[in-house]
Design a protein around this ligand. Structure first.
Ligand code: ADP
Ligand code: MG
Length: 324
């Protein structure tokens, strides 16, 4: 399958229903403005061996690529709209693998209500590399920023923390102390993050600041703290943990260190939110309606820095998260 066959057979069907894409038959897409809205644009790339394993099935790689981008839209309170895809196939990448990659895109396009507007298709002597530019809409001027956290607010996190990092170890054959079902549940969380789009309206209405956790809770909390010019206190014992993560923690000799490992591991794709205490309940109810938890993990205070506490005692992190 050459470049033009791939575009016609694999990608054009993914643009169906999107007049913006012009059937992927022109040099560019044309996006009409939507009065009363800002276009929110985000981009994330994935590279084999860095963001996914060579053994990961191509359809899951494609779905993770869409979802890591959708997670950024979720953090900004944006409504998913459409996307552009650049893919560099390895020279020996099989046609079946390309078809599976496209099928994965199609599956999650339907699940999240986005369509393919355009992109680029090339081949590479290196590992599979793909990048998505994702578009979404927010009411004009309302994108939820990292910079809105203020002293006195509560810090909350969606879902559970640490599963992505443990899931990578499980997918690589690690975590021998856990059972097979626990390792598989964790690996599934690594391979297929869940963008927390159900919070969109509640975030727009109530959040002071939000960001998505991709590099590790602590590393990303630092981004919020710096953008907002405040200090954050995180109570490690409050971190929401999945059943398998609790089982892993119980095997660790030092609980505070174990919690720190979970808080500094990447690939969770949860949202960290700062909000007034008075709106914590409607936010939590929106999360519950979406089928996930929203857990208070700390507070915004005067000063600077991200302070980690375990049962009230400060804990020092050796690393804050993943760095490329
Ligand atoms: P050009 O060389 O003029 O930039 P291309 O030949 O790369 O155009 O692409 C032709 C059309 O196919 C364009 O509309 C482009 O957006 C679309 N396209 C190419 N690759 C992809 C892809 N991976 N996903 C979606 N659309 C694609
Ligand atoms: Mg052209």
């Amino acid at each position: 399958m050459d470049e033009f066959e791939a575009i016609a057979r694999l990608f054009r069907p993914l643009s169906e229903g999107a007049p913006e894409a012009l059937d992927l038959s022109d040099d560019a897409a044309a996006i009409p403005p939507r009065p009363g809205f800002d276009l929110v644009v985000t981009k994330d790339a994935v590279v084999e061996g860095v963001h996914f394993l060579a053994s990961d099935p191509p359809d899951l790689v494609a779905r993770k690529l869409l979802r890591v981008n959708l997670s950024d839209l979720a953090a900004k309170g944006a409504e998913p709209y459409g996307y552009f895809l650049a893919v560099a196939w390895p020279h020996d990448y099989a046609d079946e693998a390309k078809a599976a990659f496209a099928a994965g895109l199609g599956e999650d396009q339907a699940a999240f209500g986005v369509r393919l507007f355009g992109g680029d298709t090339v081949s590479t002597p290196g590992p599979l590399t793909a990048s998505v530019t994702m578009l979404g809409w927010v009411p004009t001027g309302r994108m939820v920023r990292r910079s809105g956290a203020r002293p006195g607010q509560v810090l909350m996190v969606t879902g559970s923390i640490g599963d992505g990092g443990l899931g990578l170890m499980a997918a690589q054959g690690g975590l021998p102390g856990l059972g097979e079902a626990e390792r598989e549940a964790l690996a599934a969380r690594y391979r297929l993050p869940q963008p927390r789009l159900a919070l969109r309206e509640a975030l727009l209405a109530h959040a002071a600041a939000a960001l998505d956790v991709s590099d590790g809770l602590v590393a990303d909390a630092i981004h919020m703290e710096e953008a907002s010019g405040v200090a954050l206190q995180i109570d490690l014992e409050r971190l929401p943990l999945s059943g398998p993560a609790k089982a892993w923690l119980a095997l660790q000799p030092d609980t505070a260190r174990g919690l720190l490992d979970l808080a500094t591991a990447g690939d969770d794709y949860e949202l960290v939110i700062a909000a007034d205490v008075t709106v914590a309940l409607p936010l939590a109810m929106a999360a519950a309606a979406g089928g996930f938890a929203l857990t208070p993990i700390g507070r915004v205070v005067d000063g600077q820095g991200t302070i980690l506490l375990h049962r009230g005692e400060p804990v020092l992190a050796r690393r804050t998260g993943w760095r490329h």
